[in-house]
Design a protein around this ligand. Structure first.
Ligand SMILES: [Zn+2]
Length: 113
């Protein structure tokens, strides 16, 4: 499970951010994870408590926003969720699409004081 490593990476980035910005207490970390990201949100949530135990982030909430795996049909320009539609365009049934979102993994927000 590489999600634990990802969570440690996130904590490290948050830690650096907090120090640079004199944030004493980080209340919330918001992550944006695409449906096609290598990181599985459920696993991230599962290993987060273990990763922050006995750190300054023990009370910090983790929020995950899941971004859809959207593709744009190269034939009719329809934008659709390629997972929900099994990669087949719901408008013209074409299978030729360009991925426009879904592989993201980023820290959207670090809230604290
Ligand atoms: Zn189409």
């Amino acid at each position: 499970m590489h999600e634990l490593g990802i969570v440690y990476e996130v904590i490290k980035i948050v830690d650096n951010f907090a120090k640079e910005n004199n944030v004493e207490k980080v209340e919330k970390i918001v992550l944006e994870i695409g449906q096609l990201s290598q990181a599985i949100p459920r696993y991230i949530e599962d290993c987060y408590p273990a990763a922050v135990t006995e750190t300054p982030y023990e009370q910090t909430k983790l929020e995950i926003i899941i971004l859809p795996a959207n593709g744009k049909c190269n034939l009719c320009k329809e934008v659709y969720n390629i997972i929900d539609n099994r990669k087949i365009c719901p408008n013209c049934e074409g299978e030729d699409f360009t991925l426009i979102s879904g592989k993201e993994f980023r820290i959207k927000e670090i809230a604290g004081y």
